[in-house]
Write a protein that binds this ligand. Structure first.
Ligand SMILES: NC(=O)c1ccc[n+]([C@@H]2O[C@H](COP(=O)([O-])OP(=O)(O)OC[C@H]3O[C@@H](n4cnc5c(N)ncnc54)[C@H](O)[C@@H]3O)[C@@H](O)[C@H]2O)c1
Ligand SMILES: [Zn+2]
Length: 364
């Protein structure tokens, strides 16, 4: 078992990572003052409910907690105001109050949704994350919680830090292979932007991580969370440094949008985006190895590196520049100065970015 503290003054919280820690949920809750006076609500999705909800509920009941379950349909569509309203209706009917705790049991979708329920119900109640995807090592650190609006993703939200995060690596064993790879894509990102040594470790341990070796997962998730938490502690509200976490995301988000959020998983889209951002870094004069090593990592992990043929380049450029501040044909981009060293560079020409996006069509 590994423990990590996310350092945010009086909003600091611990992340526990290990195999089977759900079994000790009662003692973690007692240690972190999760009250058993009023009911606790566990929010999850229908996939995770059938696999992991029973054990969470059973251990909570055994520890003397009153539990209310809320199951949403799996998928991004559940991050909506109407689902939020229904959950709050159930919370009121079940007698939750200001001292209640909301638990997110699931991936980033459930984490963002349940976190926003916790942030808004009675102006904010305690929140606990039990992440069940690899990608959620990213979303469980930093306190960004949100639902979507039909016009934009994550646009209705808040910053709401959890009380604790219980990362039970045994839950990851039921993940589909494609979700495993896509989740590891964010872990690769954390190495690339911050820690060359961790990047090297990720490269050397691909087989173990892809086969969900417990020890390797614990170490990888711990380091991924640690890097994110380091960045977030220095810049909780994204005034500057936090933007380096967007490495690969400018192109990645555009690809997700043009593919209508249903063809590419987030981790797959940012894998292509990272290859693009690495290419851009080299074009701006930084070492060639940034591109060769980034691309090799994606290939090793079975992640895509090429923009699918049916996605229109004009549409991608439009989606990308839509939410980018740009002046006189110049934009700001997160690039790498070297492996393990990210940097936010302004004044990059849109023509150069277009060239790179066009090349990504033929990457192999
Ligand atoms: N708040 C943040 O900082 C932050 C950061 C990154 C991503 N996100 C958000 O996270 C979401 C993506 O997260 P995700 O990739 O975890 O998606 P997800 O929550 O949709 O999970 C992916 C799929 O895996 C299934 N699943 C989850 N756990 C499982 C398990 N243990 N076994 C089998 N199936 C399981 C889910 O039902 C779903 O179908 C997006 O909405 C994104 O906006 C938020
Ligand atoms: Zn991401």
């Amino acid at each position: 078992m590994k423990q990590l503290n996310v350092d945010l003054g009086d909003r600091s919280y611990p992340i526990y990572i290990g195999d089977g820690i759900i079994e000790q949920i009662g003692s973690y809750f007692a240690k972190h003052q999760i009250s058993s006076r009023s009911p606790i609500m566990v929010i999850t999705d229908d996939n995770v409910a059938s696999l992991h909800l029973k054990k969470v509920t059973t251990h909570l009941l055994e520890s003397g907690y009153k539990v209310v379950e809320y199951i949403v349909p799996a998928g991004e569509m559940s991050k909506s105001l109407s689902v939020l309203e229904q959950i709050i209706g159930k919370a009121l009917d079940a007698g939750l109050d200001r001292t209640s705790t909301i638990i997110a049991l699931g991936g980033g979708v459930v984490g963002d949704l349940a976190g926003f329920v916790a942030a808004s119900f009675m102006r904010g109640v305690k929140f606990v994350q039990i992440p069940t995807t690899i990608l959620a090592h990213d979303s469980s650190v930093g306190g960004k919680v949100a639902v979507n609006h039909p016009k934009a993703k994550n646009i209705i939200g808040a910053f709401h830090q959890p009380q604790i995060v219980l990362y039970d690596t045994s839950t990851l064993k039921t993940l589909p292979e494609r979700e495993i790879k896509a989740g590891l894509s964010e872990m690769i990102k954390h190495g690339l932007i911050w820690d060359a040594e961790f990047s090297k470790w990720i490269d050397e341990n691909a087989e173990k991580l892809l086969s969900l070796d417990a020890e390797a997962l614990e170490y990888g998730l711990y380091n991924g969370c640690k890097i994110k938490s380091h960045v977030v502690s220095e810049d909780e509200r994204e005034h500057g440094l936090r933007a380096i976490l967007n490495f690969g995301h400018t192109i990645g988000h555009a690809l997700e949008a043009v593919a209508h959020y249903n063809q590419l998983l987030h981790g797959e889209a940012i894998a292509i985006g990272m290859v693009g951002a690495a290419k851009l870094s080299v074009r701006l004069g930084y070492p060639e190895r940034i591109y060769t090593e980034t691309k090799a990592a994606m290939k090793k992990y079975g992640l895509p590196i090429q923009i699918p043929g049916h996605l229109d380049i004009d549409e991608i450029m439009k989606a990308m520049l839509h939410d980018k501040k740009f002046k006189e044909g110049k934009v700001v981009f997160t690039i790498l100065k070297d492996i393990g060293e990210a940097h936010i560079q302004s004044g990059i020409s849109i023509d150069l970015i277009r060239e790179i996006v066009e090349e990504l069509r033929w990457e192999e």
